[in-house]
Design a protein around this ligand. Structure first.
Ligand SMILES: Nc1ncnc2c1ncn2[C@@H]1O[C@H](COP(=O)(O)OP(=O)(O)OP(=O)(O)O)[C@@H](O)[C@H]1O
Length: 422
Protein backbone atom coordinates (compact mmCIF):
# COMPACT_ATOMS: atom_id res chain seq x y z
CA UNK A 1 0.00 0.00 0.00
CA UNK A 2 1.46 3.38 -1.00
CA UNK A 3 1.26 6.41 1.21
CA UNK A 4 0.95 9.48 -0.96
CA UNK A 5 2.50 11.90 1.54
CA UNK A 6 5.82 11.88 3.36
CA UNK A 7 5.91 10.36 6.83
CA UNK A 8 6.09 12.89 9.71
CA UNK A 9 9.61 14.16 10.36
CA UNK A 10 11.58 17.28 11.18
CA UNK A 11 15.05 17.61 9.68
CA UNK A 12 15.49 20.79 11.74
CA UNK A 13 14.88 18.97 15.04
CA UNK A 14 17.17 16.10 14.00
CA UNK A 15 20.07 18.40 13.05
CA UNK A 16 19.63 20.37 16.29
CA UNK A 17 19.89 17.15 18.33
CA UNK A 18 23.06 16.10 16.49
CA UNK A 19 24.56 19.59 16.70
CA UNK A 20 23.88 19.75 20.45
CA UNK A 21 25.74 16.48 20.97
CA UNK A 22 28.78 17.84 19.12
CA UNK A 23 28.75 20.94 21.34
CA UNK A 24 28.20 18.92 24.52
CA UNK A 25 29.28 15.26 24.22
CA UNK A 26 27.62 14.32 27.52
CA UNK A 27 24.23 14.75 25.80
CA UNK A 28 24.79 11.52 23.85
CA UNK A 29 24.01 9.46 26.94
CA UNK A 30 20.87 11.49 27.44
CA UNK A 31 19.92 10.84 23.81
CA UNK A 32 20.40 7.11 24.36
CA UNK A 33 18.04 7.30 27.33
CA UNK A 34 15.42 9.19 25.35
CA UNK A 35 15.72 7.06 22.19
CA UNK A 36 15.46 3.42 23.03
CA UNK A 37 15.44 2.52 19.35
CA UNK A 38 18.35 2.91 17.01
CA UNK A 39 16.49 4.13 13.95
CA UNK A 40 14.80 7.22 15.35
CA UNK A 41 16.16 9.57 12.72
CA UNK A 42 14.21 10.02 9.52
CA UNK A 43 17.05 11.30 7.32
CA UNK A 44 19.49 8.53 6.46
CA UNK A 45 22.47 10.87 6.85
CA UNK A 46 21.30 11.85 10.35
CA UNK A 47 20.94 8.19 11.29
CA UNK A 48 24.47 7.53 9.99
CA UNK A 49 25.81 10.46 12.01
CA UNK A 50 24.07 9.29 15.18
CA UNK A 51 25.50 5.77 14.77
CA UNK A 52 28.93 7.25 14.20
CA UNK A 53 28.64 9.35 17.39
CA UNK A 54 27.74 6.24 19.39
CA UNK A 55 30.78 4.47 17.99
CA UNK A 56 33.08 7.34 18.96
CA UNK A 57 31.51 7.37 22.41
CA UNK A 58 32.11 3.62 22.84
CA UNK A 59 35.75 4.13 21.80
CA UNK A 60 35.91 6.98 24.34
CA UNK A 61 36.87 9.48 21.61
CA UNK A 62 35.61 13.07 21.58
CA UNK A 63 32.60 13.60 19.34
CA UNK A 64 33.89 16.49 17.23
CA UNK A 65 33.94 17.35 13.54
CA UNK A 66 37.45 15.97 13.01
CA UNK A 67 36.69 12.57 14.53
CA UNK A 68 33.32 12.36 12.82
CA UNK A 69 34.82 13.17 9.43
CA UNK A 70 37.57 10.59 9.94
CA UNK A 71 35.17 7.85 11.08
CA UNK A 72 32.73 8.53 8.24
CA UNK A 73 35.54 8.44 5.68
CA UNK A 74 36.81 5.15 7.13
CA UNK A 75 33.40 3.57 6.59
CA UNK A 76 32.84 5.20 3.17
CA UNK A 77 29.91 7.21 4.45
CA UNK A 78 31.29 10.72 4.16
CA UNK A 79 29.80 11.25 0.69
CA UNK A 80 26.40 10.16 1.93
CA UNK A 81 26.48 12.72 4.76
CA UNK A 82 28.32 15.43 2.82
CA UNK A 83 31.21 17.59 4.04
CA UNK A 84 29.15 20.79 3.95
CA UNK A 85 26.30 19.26 5.94
CA UNK A 86 28.72 18.01 8.58
CA UNK A 87 30.42 21.39 8.99
CA UNK A 88 27.08 23.23 9.13
CA UNK A 89 25.79 21.01 11.98
CA UNK A 90 27.28 23.07 14.80
CA UNK A 91 25.75 26.27 13.43
CA UNK A 92 22.22 24.89 13.34
CA UNK A 93 21.92 24.68 17.13
CA UNK A 94 19.92 27.51 18.73
CA UNK A 95 21.19 26.54 22.20
CA UNK A 96 22.27 23.28 23.87
CA UNK A 97 19.52 23.89 26.42
CA UNK A 98 17.05 23.14 23.60
CA UNK A 99 18.44 19.60 23.31
CA UNK A 100 15.76 17.85 25.31
CA UNK A 101 12.97 19.66 23.50
CA UNK A 102 14.31 18.67 20.06
CA UNK A 103 15.15 15.12 21.16
CA UNK A 104 11.58 14.62 22.37
CA UNK A 105 10.31 16.08 19.10
CA UNK A 106 12.44 13.58 17.12
CA UNK A 107 11.10 10.75 19.31
CA UNK A 108 7.50 11.91 18.93
CA UNK A 109 7.77 12.01 15.14
CA UNK A 110 9.47 8.61 15.10
CA UNK A 111 6.58 7.19 17.14
CA UNK A 112 4.11 8.81 14.73
CA UNK A 113 5.87 7.16 11.77
CA UNK A 114 5.74 3.78 13.51
CA UNK A 115 2.03 4.19 14.16
CA UNK A 116 1.41 5.00 10.50
CA UNK A 117 3.50 2.02 9.38
CA UNK A 118 1.63 -0.24 11.77
CA UNK A 119 -1.77 1.08 10.68
CA UNK A 120 -0.78 0.58 7.03
CA UNK A 121 0.12 -3.04 7.68
CA UNK A 122 -3.15 -3.58 9.54
CA UNK A 123 -5.10 -2.17 6.57
CA UNK A 124 -3.09 -4.32 4.13
CA UNK A 125 -3.81 -7.39 6.28
CA UNK A 126 -7.51 -6.56 6.38
CA UNK A 127 -7.65 -6.14 2.56
CA UNK A 128 -5.95 -9.50 2.21
CA UNK A 129 -8.58 -11.04 4.51
CA UNK A 130 -5.72 -12.52 6.48
CA UNK A 131 -6.93 -11.91 10.03
CA UNK A 132 -10.15 -12.94 11.66
CA UNK A 133 -9.35 -11.50 15.09
CA UNK A 134 -8.27 -7.85 14.92
CA UNK A 135 -7.21 -7.56 18.55
CA UNK A 136 -4.88 -10.53 18.20
CA UNK A 137 -3.40 -8.99 15.07
CA UNK A 138 -2.77 -5.69 16.83
CA UNK A 139 -1.19 -7.30 19.85
CA UNK A 140 1.23 -9.23 17.61
CA UNK A 141 2.49 -5.87 16.37
CA UNK A 142 2.87 -4.54 19.87
CA UNK A 143 5.72 -6.98 20.17
CA UNK A 144 7.38 -4.80 17.53
CA UNK A 145 9.47 -7.41 15.81
CA UNK A 146 6.87 -10.08 15.32
CA UNK A 147 6.24 -10.84 11.66
CA UNK A 148 2.70 -11.07 10.35
CA UNK A 149 2.29 -14.58 11.79
CA UNK A 150 3.50 -13.46 15.24
CA UNK A 151 6.68 -15.52 14.98
CA UNK A 152 10.05 -13.90 15.58
CA UNK A 153 13.22 -15.17 13.98
CA UNK A 154 16.34 -14.11 15.91
CA UNK A 155 18.22 -12.65 12.93
CA UNK A 156 15.41 -10.10 12.48
CA UNK A 157 16.72 -8.61 15.75
CA UNK A 158 20.32 -8.48 14.57
CA UNK A 159 20.61 -4.69 14.69
CA UNK A 160 19.12 -4.50 18.22
CA UNK A 161 21.28 -7.29 19.61
CA UNK A 162 24.48 -5.88 18.09
CA UNK A 163 23.60 -2.42 19.36
CA UNK A 164 22.99 -3.76 22.85
CA UNK A 165 26.39 -5.40 22.75
CA UNK A 166 28.12 -2.31 21.34
CA UNK A 167 26.60 -0.21 24.10
CA UNK A 168 28.22 -2.31 26.78
CA UNK A 169 25.71 -5.16 27.06
CA UNK A 170 23.31 -5.61 29.94
CA UNK A 171 23.82 -2.46 31.99
CA UNK A 172 22.26 -1.58 35.35
CA UNK A 173 19.53 1.03 35.41
CA UNK A 174 19.83 4.57 36.76
CA UNK A 175 20.81 5.27 40.35
CA UNK A 176 18.05 5.97 42.89
CA UNK A 177 20.34 8.41 44.65
CA UNK A 178 20.67 6.07 47.65
CA UNK A 179 23.77 3.81 47.29
CA UNK A 180 22.28 1.28 49.74
CA UNK A 181 19.16 0.95 47.56
CA UNK A 182 21.15 0.89 44.29
CA UNK A 183 22.73 -2.39 45.39
CA UNK A 184 19.32 -4.00 44.91
CA UNK A 185 17.22 -1.70 42.75
CA UNK A 186 18.02 0.62 39.84
CA UNK A 187 15.65 2.13 37.32
CA UNK A 188 15.30 1.26 33.64
CA UNK A 189 12.94 3.11 31.33
CA UNK A 190 10.29 0.82 29.84
CA UNK A 191 9.50 -0.94 33.13
CA UNK A 192 6.78 -1.08 35.77
CA UNK A 193 7.63 -0.93 39.49
CA UNK A 194 4.94 -1.77 42.04
CA UNK A 195 5.37 -0.40 45.56
CA UNK A 196 3.41 -1.74 48.49
CA UNK A 197 3.46 -1.30 52.27
CA UNK A 198 1.25 -1.03 55.34
CA UNK A 199 -0.65 2.31 55.60
CA UNK A 200 1.47 5.03 57.22
CA UNK A 201 4.68 3.10 56.78
CA UNK A 202 5.95 5.75 54.38
CA UNK A 203 5.20 4.54 50.82
CA UNK A 204 4.14 7.97 49.53
CA UNK A 205 6.92 9.74 51.39
CA UNK A 206 9.51 7.32 49.98
CA UNK A 207 8.18 7.50 46.41
CA UNK A 208 8.06 11.30 46.55
CA UNK A 209 11.58 11.43 47.93
CA UNK A 210 12.67 9.04 45.21
CA UNK A 211 11.19 11.30 42.50
CA UNK A 212 13.01 14.32 43.94
CA UNK A 213 16.30 12.37 43.93
CA UNK A 214 15.72 11.22 40.41
CA UNK A 215 14.68 14.61 39.06
CA UNK A 216 17.77 16.19 40.65
CA UNK A 217 20.17 13.49 39.50
CA UNK A 218 18.83 12.56 36.07
CA UNK A 219 16.71 15.61 35.20
CA UNK A 220 13.65 13.39 34.77
CA UNK A 221 10.20 14.93 34.70
CA UNK A 222 7.37 13.17 36.52
CA UNK A 223 3.62 13.09 36.08
CA UNK A 224 2.01 12.31 39.43
CA UNK A 225 -1.50 11.10 40.16
CA UNK A 226 -1.74 11.31 43.92
CA UNK A 227 -5.27 12.31 44.97
CA UNK A 228 -4.53 11.66 48.64
CA UNK A 229 -1.85 14.32 48.63
CA UNK A 230 -4.27 17.23 48.67
CA UNK A 231 -4.21 20.17 48.76
CA UNK A 232 -1.49 20.23 46.12
CA UNK A 233 0.12 23.34 47.64
CA UNK A 234 0.84 21.28 50.77
CA UNK A 235 2.28 18.43 48.72
CA UNK A 236 4.48 20.88 46.79
CA UNK A 237 5.65 22.24 50.18
CA UNK A 238 6.72 18.70 51.13
CA UNK A 239 8.52 18.29 47.80
CA UNK A 240 10.30 21.60 48.36
CA UNK A 241 11.49 20.43 51.83
CA UNK A 242 12.94 17.35 50.16
CA UNK A 243 14.49 19.36 47.33
CA UNK A 244 16.33 21.86 49.52
CA UNK A 245 17.51 18.98 51.75
CA UNK A 246 18.52 20.91 54.82
CA UNK A 247 17.78 20.15 58.41
CA UNK A 248 14.88 22.55 58.29
CA UNK A 249 11.31 22.20 57.20
CA UNK A 250 9.44 24.13 54.53
CA UNK A 251 8.17 26.54 57.25
CA UNK A 252 11.67 27.78 58.00
CA UNK A 253 12.74 28.55 54.42
CA UNK A 254 13.01 32.15 53.23
CA UNK A 255 10.53 33.41 50.60
CA UNK A 256 13.35 33.51 48.06
CA UNK A 257 14.24 29.88 48.79
CA UNK A 258 10.61 28.84 48.38
CA UNK A 259 10.21 30.69 45.08
CA UNK A 260 13.44 29.31 43.69
CA UNK A 261 12.49 25.78 44.73
CA UNK A 262 8.97 26.14 43.37
CA UNK A 263 10.45 26.92 39.97
CA UNK A 264 12.48 23.71 40.17
CA UNK A 265 9.34 21.73 41.09
CA UNK A 266 7.54 23.41 38.17
CA UNK A 267 10.24 22.21 35.77
CA UNK A 268 10.19 18.61 37.00
CA UNK A 269 6.63 17.74 38.01
CA UNK A 270 3.11 17.84 36.66
CA UNK A 271 0.12 16.67 38.67
CA UNK A 272 -3.02 14.95 37.44
CA UNK A 273 -6.22 16.02 39.14
CA UNK A 274 -8.81 13.45 40.19
CA UNK A 275 -12.22 13.83 38.50
CA UNK A 276 -15.59 13.70 40.30
CA UNK A 277 -16.32 10.22 39.00
CA UNK A 278 -12.74 9.01 39.47
CA UNK A 279 -10.25 8.56 36.64
CA UNK A 280 -10.03 5.10 35.11
CA UNK A 281 -6.78 3.39 34.12
CA UNK A 282 -7.52 4.29 30.48
CA UNK A 283 -8.13 7.96 31.45
CA UNK A 284 -4.82 8.02 33.33
CA UNK A 285 -2.94 6.42 30.45
CA UNK A 286 -4.40 9.02 28.07
CA UNK A 287 -3.28 11.81 30.39
CA UNK A 288 0.16 10.23 30.81
CA UNK A 289 0.61 10.17 27.04
CA UNK A 290 -0.38 13.84 26.84
CA UNK A 291 2.22 14.63 29.53
CA UNK A 292 4.88 12.69 27.61
CA UNK A 293 4.36 14.66 24.41
CA UNK A 294 3.69 18.05 26.06
CA UNK A 295 6.25 18.05 28.85
CA UNK A 296 8.72 15.26 28.02
CA UNK A 297 7.66 13.31 31.13
CA UNK A 298 9.85 10.21 31.78
CA UNK A 299 8.30 8.90 34.99
CA UNK A 300 4.66 8.29 35.86
CA UNK A 301 3.50 7.69 39.44
CA UNK A 302 0.05 6.33 40.41
CA UNK A 303 -0.39 6.65 44.15
CA UNK A 304 -2.44 4.79 45.19
CA UNK A 305 -4.15 2.15 43.01
CA UNK A 306 -7.35 2.21 45.08
CA UNK A 307 -8.00 5.87 44.10
CA UNK A 308 -8.42 4.81 40.48
CA UNK A 309 -11.95 4.19 39.18
CA UNK A 310 -11.90 0.43 38.67
CA UNK A 311 -15.25 -0.04 36.90
CA UNK A 312 -15.22 -3.42 35.22
CA UNK A 313 -16.87 -4.68 32.08
CA UNK A 314 -19.91 -6.93 32.52
CA UNK A 315 -18.75 -10.44 33.35
CA UNK A 316 -15.12 -9.42 33.85
CA UNK A 317 -13.58 -10.82 37.04
CA UNK A 318 -11.35 -8.70 39.28
CA UNK A 319 -8.36 -10.86 38.35
CA UNK A 320 -9.01 -10.39 34.62
CA UNK A 321 -9.44 -6.66 35.14
CA UNK A 322 -6.18 -6.33 37.11
CA UNK A 323 -4.28 -8.39 34.55
CA UNK A 324 -5.51 -6.23 31.66
CA UNK A 325 -4.94 -2.95 33.52
CA UNK A 326 -1.37 -3.90 34.49
CA UNK A 327 -0.65 -5.00 30.90
CA UNK A 328 -1.81 -1.58 29.72
CA UNK A 329 0.49 0.14 32.21
CA UNK A 330 3.39 -2.02 31.05
CA UNK A 331 2.66 -1.13 27.43
CA UNK A 332 2.56 2.55 28.42
CA UNK A 333 6.04 2.15 29.92
CA UNK A 334 7.49 0.07 27.07
CA UNK A 335 5.90 1.92 24.19
CA UNK A 336 6.98 5.33 25.44
CA UNK A 337 10.25 4.36 27.09
CA UNK A 338 9.17 5.75 30.45
CA UNK A 339 9.11 4.14 33.90
CA UNK A 340 5.80 3.66 35.72
CA UNK A 341 5.50 3.35 39.51
CA UNK A 342 2.28 2.05 40.97
CA UNK A 343 1.61 2.26 44.72
CA UNK A 344 -0.86 -0.35 45.96
CA UNK A 345 -2.09 -1.27 49.43
CA UNK A 346 -1.98 -4.80 50.81
CA UNK A 347 -5.17 -6.53 51.97
CA UNK A 348 -5.82 -6.93 55.67
CA UNK A 349 -2.66 -8.47 57.09
CA UNK A 350 -2.35 -11.04 59.85
CA UNK A 351 -0.99 -9.67 63.14
CA UNK A 352 2.12 -11.37 64.48
CA UNK A 353 2.13 -12.78 68.02
CA UNK A 354 3.78 -9.60 69.36
CA UNK A 355 0.89 -7.55 67.91
CA UNK A 356 2.93 -6.04 65.07
CA UNK A 357 2.56 -6.58 61.33
CA UNK A 358 5.18 -8.18 59.12
CA UNK A 359 6.47 -6.96 55.80
CA UNK A 360 3.71 -7.28 53.16
CA UNK A 361 4.54 -8.75 49.78
CA UNK A 362 3.18 -8.09 46.30
CA UNK A 363 1.01 -11.21 46.75
CA UNK A 364 -0.76 -9.39 49.62
CA UNK A 365 -2.07 -6.62 47.38
CA UNK A 366 -5.83 -6.77 47.16
CA UNK A 367 -7.15 -8.02 43.85
CA UNK A 368 -4.81 -10.51 42.32
CA UNK A 369 -1.48 -12.29 42.21
CA UNK A 370 -0.91 -10.41 38.94
CA UNK A 371 0.57 -7.57 40.98
CA UNK A 372 3.49 -9.87 41.68
CA UNK A 373 3.49 -11.60 38.31
CA UNK A 374 3.29 -8.56 36.07
CA UNK A 375 5.59 -6.19 37.96
CA UNK A 376 9.11 -5.80 36.57
CA UNK A 377 10.24 -4.66 40.01
CA UNK A 378 8.45 -4.99 43.33
CA UNK A 379 9.22 -3.03 46.50
CA UNK A 380 7.73 -3.12 49.98
CA UNK A 381 8.27 -0.23 52.39
CA UNK A 382 8.21 -1.17 56.06
CA UNK A 383 9.11 0.43 59.38
CA UNK A 384 8.87 -0.27 63.07
CA UNK A 385 6.60 2.61 64.04
CA UNK A 386 8.05 2.65 67.58
CA UNK A 387 11.62 2.99 66.30
CA UNK A 388 13.10 6.16 67.79
CA UNK A 389 15.71 6.33 65.03
CA UNK A 390 13.00 6.56 62.34
CA UNK A 391 14.55 3.85 60.19
CA UNK A 392 12.70 2.61 57.11
CA UNK A 393 13.29 -0.72 55.41
CA UNK A 394 13.04 -0.91 51.64
CA UNK A 395 12.44 -4.56 50.76
CA UNK A 396 13.28 -5.33 47.15
CA UNK A 397 11.10 -8.38 46.55
CA UNK A 398 11.09 -8.76 42.80
CA UNK A 399 13.56 -7.83 40.07
CA UNK A 400 12.84 -9.17 36.61
CA UNK A 401 16.22 -8.48 35.00
CA UNK A 402 19.36 -9.32 36.93
CA UNK A 403 21.30 -6.27 35.64
CA UNK A 404 18.70 -4.01 37.29
CA UNK A 405 19.28 -5.41 40.79
CA UNK A 406 18.46 -8.34 43.06
CA UNK A 407 16.15 -9.14 45.97
CA UNK A 408 17.34 -7.75 49.29
CA UNK A 409 16.74 -5.05 51.86
CA UNK A 410 18.12 -1.55 52.30
CA UNK A 411 17.73 0.57 55.43
CA UNK A 412 17.27 4.33 55.12
CA UNK A 413 16.97 6.86 57.93
CA UNK A 414 14.11 9.33 57.81
CA UNK A 415 14.72 12.97 58.74
CA UNK A 416 11.54 14.49 60.16
CA UNK A 417 12.67 18.07 59.41
CA UNK A 418 13.63 17.70 55.77
CA UNK A 419 11.09 14.88 55.18
CA UNK A 420 13.95 13.07 53.43
CA UNK A 421 15.41 9.61 53.61
CA UNK A 422 19.19 9.53 53.72
N1 LIG B 1 10.78 6.21 58.84
C1 LIG B 1 9.85 7.06 59.29
N2 LIG B 1 9.87 7.48 60.56
C2 LIG B 1 8.96 8.31 61.04
N3 LIG B 1 7.95 8.81 60.31
C3 LIG B 1 7.86 8.43 59.04
C4 LIG B 1 8.80 7.55 58.45
N4 LIG B 1 8.45 7.36 57.17
C5 LIG B 1 7.33 8.08 56.95
N5 LIG B 1 6.99 8.75 58.07
C6 LIG B 1 5.81 9.60 58.26
O1 LIG B 1 4.68 8.74 58.28
C7 LIG B 1 3.54 9.40 57.77
C8 LIG B 1 2.85 8.52 56.76
O2 LIG B 1 3.68 8.38 55.62
P1 LIG B 1 3.08 8.10 54.18
O3 LIG B 1 1.87 8.91 53.93
O4 LIG B 1 4.21 8.24 53.24
O5 LIG B 1 2.68 6.58 54.33
P2 LIG B 1 1.91 5.63 53.31
O6 LIG B 1 2.50 4.28 53.52
O7 LIG B 1 1.94 6.17 51.95
O8 LIG B 1 0.47 5.65 53.92
P3 LIG B 1 -0.95 5.38 53.21
O9 LIG B 1 -0.94 3.98 52.73
O10 LIG B 1 -1.92 5.61 54.31
O11 LIG B 1 -1.09 6.38 52.09
C9 LIG B 1 4.02 10.72 57.21
O12 LIG B 1 3.69 11.72 58.11
C10 LIG B 1 5.52 10.56 57.11
O13 LIG B 1 6.18 11.78 57.27
Amino acid sequence: MNLDRPLPHSIEAETCVLGCMILDNSLLEKAQQIFSKKDVFYARKNQVLYDCMIELHIKKLPIDLTNLRYALKESDLLDLVGEDYLVALEDTVPHVLSFEFYANEVLRLFNDRKKIELATRIIEGAYAGKYTDVSEFISSFENHKADSDGIVQPMSLEAEVMKLHENGGLQPGLSTGWPEVDKYYTVKPGQLTIVTGIPSHGKSTWVTNFMVNFAKRHQWKFAVFSPENQPLSRYIGEIISMYVDRDKSFNKLSQGEVLYSLEWVHNHFVFLEQSDTGLTVDDLIGKAKACISRFGVKGFVFDPWNEVNHSRLDGQTETEYVSLALSKLKRLAQGNNIHVWLVAHPTKLQKRVDGTYGVPTLYDISGSAHFRNKADCGLSIWRDILDVENKTEVHIQKIRFREVGKPGMAILKYNVFSNRFG
